[in-house]
Design a protein around this ligand. Structure first.
Ligand SMILES: [Zn+2]
Length: 366
């Protein structure tokens, strides 16, 4: 069978095809032209490459009773959607053909892994979760209830060693002079000064998703557009947006990377990652959830706890993580960075914007 580097999204698989390809040409699977071709009859670099990953799955008939039937999928769909290995444009049939060619011996031994829906029994195994899950055998909701109403500062609902391991995969480096933005809704006629655009002094610091009351952190956005969405301004509001320049190289934890990084790293535990991925995605989602005036400040406690923990971590001796980055839920494609040390960024200019009109997208809720 012949396919190409463009049939894949995973960067490790693409790199292997690019370096081992014996010819360039047009791909019979995805249709791309002049790409690196991989011929399973002539090339063995990817032979059995997916076997370890596919082997964490169990055919449906062998899953424990009570396993959620909505949580079983064909392996081709699982590799595309859960692991982001294949290109968006490939259909399940093409993916099936590729994987049975790459994992031909596993296919002969256990065809049901490929031809019937599969699941992961450890999702229901409390002993496994106690050892391997960031939340031990608790749910996110258990953790939230416990930290809000039982023990605020010393929760045993989080397996901190596991959390630390997975956070280490989410490091993002920023180079000095990067520009980010912060917006403030203007209440009077006077434009905010550069100093006023910065993080509030501790005595005025109100709680947010990444900081408790009395802790000052600088919330920045990737673009002026994200700022305007995050402020949730109304029509005719006037907004000041400050341009902030990074003063030195820093490293942060980037929750957006959860769905992007390749699982094909050395010593990577596919099964454990699959168990923990929803927890990490939940944290990204919670961090990005818009603040509302009707919010109970207790709702922010879970992410405040996690951010304070991240602030204690170092990526190298003496070099702490200096912020947390997460997806903007109000501006699709945008993101925010909460900086632990506000002085790392300096406001270099302030612009004024007026909101001309708002557009509402909506649908009927049954
Ligand atoms: Zn292709």
């Amino acid at each position: 069978m012949i396919f190409c580097n463009e049939c894949f999204r995973d960067r490790q698989v693409r790199a292997i095809i690019e370096s081992s390809s014996k010819a360039k040409g047009n791909c019979p699977v995805c249709g791309k032209k002049n790409v690196f071709l991989y011929d399973t009859d002539k090339n063995i670099s990817l032979k059995d490459f997916l076997n370890d990953l596919i082997s964490i799955y169990t055919p449906q008939e062998l899953l424990p009773s009570g396993y959620d039937t909505a949580d079983v999928h064909m392996i081709a769909d699982e590799l595309k959607n859960e692991w982001n290995i294949f290109s968006e444009s490939l259909d399940s049939h093409s993916i099936y053909d590729i994987i049975i060619n790459l994992s031909s011996s596993l296919y002969i031994d256990t065809p049901k892994l490929f031809d019937a829906p599969v699941g992961v029994p450890e999702k229901y195994d409390n002993d496994y979760k106690i050892k391997h899950s960031i939340l031990s055998d608790h749910t996110w909701e258990d953790f939230v209830a416990s930290i809000k109403h039982d023990n605020r500062f010393h929760t045993d609902y989080i397996n901190l060693d596991k959390l630390k391991t997975y956070l280490s995969y989410l490091r993002k480096d920023y180079r000095k002079n990067v520009i980010l933005f912060r917006g403030r809704l203007r209440h009077g006629n006077t434009k905010y000064t550069r100093k006023e655009m910065g993080a509030p002094p501790v005595q005025f610091a109100r709680e947010g998703r990444a900081n408790s009351s009395g802790v000052s952190r600088l919330y920045l956005a990737d673009s002026e557009q994200t700022c305007i969405h995050e402020i949730r301004s109304g029509a005719f509001d006037v907004i000041n947006i400050g341009r902030f320049k990074l003063q030195k190289d820093i490293s942060v934890i980037d929750f957006k990377l959860i769905s992007q990084f390749s699982p094909f790293n050395e010593d990577f535990d596919f099964l454990e990652y699959l168990i923990n991925k929803p927890v990490l995605q939940k944290i990204d989602q919670e961090m990005g959830r818009a603040l509302r005036s009707s919010d109970n400040p207790l709702d922010y406690v879970p992410t405040q706890y996690l951010c304070d923990f991240i602030k204690t971590l170092e990526y190298e001796k003496g070099k702490p993580f200096e912020g947390v980055e997460y997806t903007s839920t109000l501006n699709q494609g945008g993101y925010n960075l909460a900086v632990f040390y506000p002085d790392l960024f300096k406001c270099t200019s302030v612009k004024t914007f007026k909101i001309d009109n708002l557009r509402y997208d909506y649908n009927v809720v049954k």
